[in-house]
Ligand binder design. Sequence first.
Ligand code: SAM
Length: 435
Amino acid sequence: MRRRARKGGGRQIELAIEAIGARGDGYGTVDGKPVFVPFTVPGDRVLARITGEHTGGVHAEAVELIAEGPGRAPPPCPHFGLCGGCSLQHLDEAGYLEWKQALVGRALAQRGIVDAPVAPLQPVGQQTRRRMVLAGAKKGGRLRLGLHERASHTVVDLETCLLVTPGLLALLPPLRRALNVLLADGETADVTASETDNGLDVLILSPTTPTLAAREALADLAQTADLAQLSWGPAPRPGETVEPEPVAIRRPPTLRFGDVTVEPPPGGFLQPTAVGEKLLVEAVLAAVPVDARRVADLYAGCGTFTFPLAKKFRVHAVEGESAALAALWTAARRADLAGRVSIEERDLARDPLIMVELDEFDAVVFDPPRIGAREQVAMLAAATVSTVVAVSCNPATFARDARTLIDGGYTLVEVVPVDQFPWSGHLELVGRFRR
Ligand SMILES: C[S@@+](CC[C@H](N)C(=O)[O-])C[C@H]1O[C@@H](n2cnc3c(N)ncnc32)[C@H](O)[C@@H]1O
């Protein structure tokens, strides 16, 4: 396992690792506080150096593994330990699955929800990840392309990744060559690459407008990598959204949701794996009662759930990002679904649907970003909608929102966890609530 030693001193302690925490780090207890040590397993004894402290506990790094606990396995990826993408490849499969399966129950228990039925974890497998946000950085004439090191701005130059699709992996060498021309020394770029149904959609955000030579290199990238679409935009300031410009549209990227073909905006949100998306859609459809008539799909994106739902129900799709909603609406009209699907652009954090609006629906599906849907859920808890379906990529905010719904009179009937982010502390899930 590769690991970069951090500079600086710090108190060293000997520690027995008791369990693995929600983010994937092993921990032991000192003076009643958890001390988190990455890449450890229960049963390990380590010499650990304290690197930081916050309200939730103490952070440390292993200086020496004094004794190994059971359940260790050789990490299969050569970048493990340095690349910030994975934190649990050092666990054997049984230990990993057991830990991940328990994540939802633990998050719920922290909010006092102890009896929720959690279905068995649904795996997605390796080489399935079809969307990646990469960082490119040029320094001293050398271009690095990959993910950041854990808690660092340093980019790990990825040679391989066991999780992404072969198509995404094959993009790395030609993308590296193009970024080398695009970026001046000291510059960085963010690259979102998504594998759509008819090829890769790549969006590059970088600080300086491409020169003629850079545009030629980008056009060459689109051709050699057979990209469906390549776009470029200026790196946004915090909170700013950018309008990317097309560099090459060789085939408009398309995605199929239900029976409907959608053309997503450049770099638009996409469930990270196709198999995970299928499992989530199945769980959402199973959660909505067959006799429902009107369903709200909140945080609808480009329609991942809207269109499968629209096969059975009338669906009102609400989304905050105009480009995603425009793509959804264009697809709905082309599929002759304008009478069955309606749309609304709305910021659900500032302006959540209120009770009288919610009560028009027989079921409400919501799929917020990692921060969850605090404001919208507060309204739902006071409404009379009989079925609420929560899709979440963050068990902690899901548990917080579940607590609000339960306090409002809902029962959490089922949770379906889908392991869309293997070897990491992230987990996708679908929760079904009834009142
Ligand atoms: C996790 S994605 C889910 C998208 C879609 N349901 C899917 O599965 O593809 C969350 C979506 O919420 C949207 N979003 C984020 N914050 C929002 C807000 N405050 N109001 C409305 N939509 C928001 C994002 O633009 C994104 O499309």
